[in-house]
Design a protein around this ligand. Structure first.
Ligand code: NAI
Length: 462
């Protein structure tokens, strides 16, 4: 078959993989090649067990792979034949040097750009898919211009998908945002990319803007989302001390259409690879543009999140008679949220580390996170300190306490009477996601601690 257009994507991660898969599904006439430096990752994309888990993804990959969707480590070949090149490489927080701990590390981005310039044999549209600081596209355009005789248009097309619902978000996005240079060539490039999305996204949801607005919109969106979580979490602490119920407060404010009901769930804290990194990035930008008040304002979102994680760990220790030393604690859920196996910045890491420091023995169960990943995240703890179980009942047997750290649906329907019988008394439950039926647990005999609910004021049913 003759393809009408060729696309390639550098970076076959949580963003590049699903995004390109959905483009391939919706545009059978476009050849889509997803590339990565990691042979292991590409091999996994070409196998039966994909490197990431997303509901619905496997079916779509299998439907398009080998037809118009390809996964390859041959970056040069894919770049050469592509009209449009997406760059979806990682942009982690810098670990050292200027802006360490806050600024985005753009080395992978710039290397990808220079590489494209060195091998391109014609003009290309480069699409910034990674989340990057404002003005990165302009810098990239200069790198490309100075290293190649061909014309490159750099577009910003930030991705708003959420892990766990990536396929659904890509098929039915609230909006797609395409930013570009407001020149004739820039506008033409914007139109070319926007037209691909318009094949399945209603035109009014495909927003076009200038480069910097697009870049800043992504950082701002994540800052606002995280801010809502920190805001309700701050109120959860107040609820615990006053007898108010944070879920009731969240409901009461969320029905106000000006506030809206989403992203108001109090929890042990937010995680994921993006929120903290992107806010730090925004904070760094504000400081470098001489706006310390703005920087401090957003930084507080992270301070509150760190405090919430720590507060939860401290509550566990104080509730269990101020010592967890030698006690077995069952941890249900390790991923940073349900329906994903991703553990980047998961609050579970912080809580588990605190418990290990206090001398507890952990048994962890998560439906999707691999044992290798948990071991890696916890710094390869000794097996007598931490064991990973394949079954929630096994994890809970013989434990003094259960800590629910991810809101997996399957935790709601476990047989807690059976679990209670298998545990050491008194049995504690620390519900870090407020997903369990607390009244029922108390009836069984558990001591229940939940986020934003006062312990003493709860009536114990008998
Ligand atoms: P990831 O770490 O899962 O994937 C990035 C991939 O790029 C890695 O597999 C890496 O080997 C590869 N890579 C690095 N340099 C390369 C090069 N020169 N050529 C080819 N491949 C290269 O990262 P993820 O989660 O997909 O994020 C990518 C970007 O998208 C980040 O900037 C992130 O902030 C942003 N983003 C992430 C979202 C998420 O939910 N994870 C949502 C929206 C945006």
């Amino acid at each position: 078959t003759e393809f009408t257009c060729r696309i390639c994507c550098l970076g076959a991660g949580y963003v590049g993989g699903p995004t390109m898969t959905v483009i391939a599904k919706m545009c059978p006439d476009i050849k889509v090649t997803v590339c990565d430096l990691s042979e292991r990752r590409i091999a996994a994309w070409n196998s039966k067990s994909l490197p990431i888990y997303e509901p619905g993804l496997q079916e779509i990959v299998e439907g398009a792979r080998g037809k118009n969707l390809f996964f390859s480590t041959d970056i040069d070949a894919a770049v050469r034949e592509a009209d449009i090149i997406f760059v979806s490489v990682n942009t982690p927080t810098k670990k050292s040097g200027i802006g360490a701990g806050q600024a985005a590390d753009l080395q992978y981005w710039e290397l990808a750009g220079r590489h494209i310039a060195s091998i391109a044999e014609g003009p290309k549209i480069i699409v910034e898919k990674s989340t990057v600081p404002v003005k990165t596209a302009a810098a990239m355009a200069r790198v490309l211009e100075s290293n190649s005789k061909f014309a490159f248009e750099v577009l910003s097309n930030p991705e708003f998908l959420a892990e766990g619902t990536a396929v659904e978000d890509l098929l039915r996005p609230d909006r797609v945002l395409v930013g570009g240079e407001q020149t004739p060539a820039g506008l033409a490039a914007i139109d070319k990319l926007a037209n691909i999305y318009r094949r399945w996204v209603p035109t009014e949801k495909v927003l076009t803007t200038n480069l910097w607005s697009a870049e800043l919109s992504k950082l701002t969106a994540n800052a606002f989302l995280a801010q809502r979580i920190s805001s309700i979490n701050s109120i959860s602490a107040l609820c615990e001390n006053t007898g108010a119920d944070v879920d009731e407060v969240a409901h009461a404010i969320g029905v106000d259409s000006r506030i809206g009901p989403k992203f108001l769930r109090a929890s042990v804290g937010f995680g994921g690879s993006c929120f903290q990194k992107d806010i730090l990035n925004l904070v760094y930008l504000c400081r470098s543009f001489g706006l310390p008040e703005v920087a401090n304002y957003w930084e507080a979102v992270i301070t509150m999140n760190n405090w919430q994680k720590q507060r939860f760990a401290e509550k566990m220790v104080s509730a269990m008679f101020n010592t967890v030393s030698g006690k077995k604690i069952a941890v249900l859920g390790f991923a940073f949220k349900k329906d994903t196996g991703d553990t980047r910045e998961t609050p579970a890491i912080h809580v588990c580390e605190q418990m290990i420091k206090e001398g507890a023995a952990l048994s962890i169960y998560d439906p999707k996170v691999t044992v290798e990943q948990m071991n890696y995240d916890l710094g390869s703890p000794s097996p007598d300190k931490v064991c990973m179980e394949q079954d929630a009942y096994v994890a809970c047997a013989g434990a003094h306490a259960i800590a629910v750290l991810t809101e997996w649906d399957e935790f709601k329907t476990l047989d807690y009477s059976r679990i209670y019988t298998s545990m050491v008394k008194p049995c504690f439950v620390f519900d870090g996601r407020n997903i369990l039926d607390h009244a029922k647990l108390r009836q069984i005999g558990f001591q229940v601690f939940a986020i934003g609910k006062s312990f003493s004021n709860e009536t114990v049913l008998d």
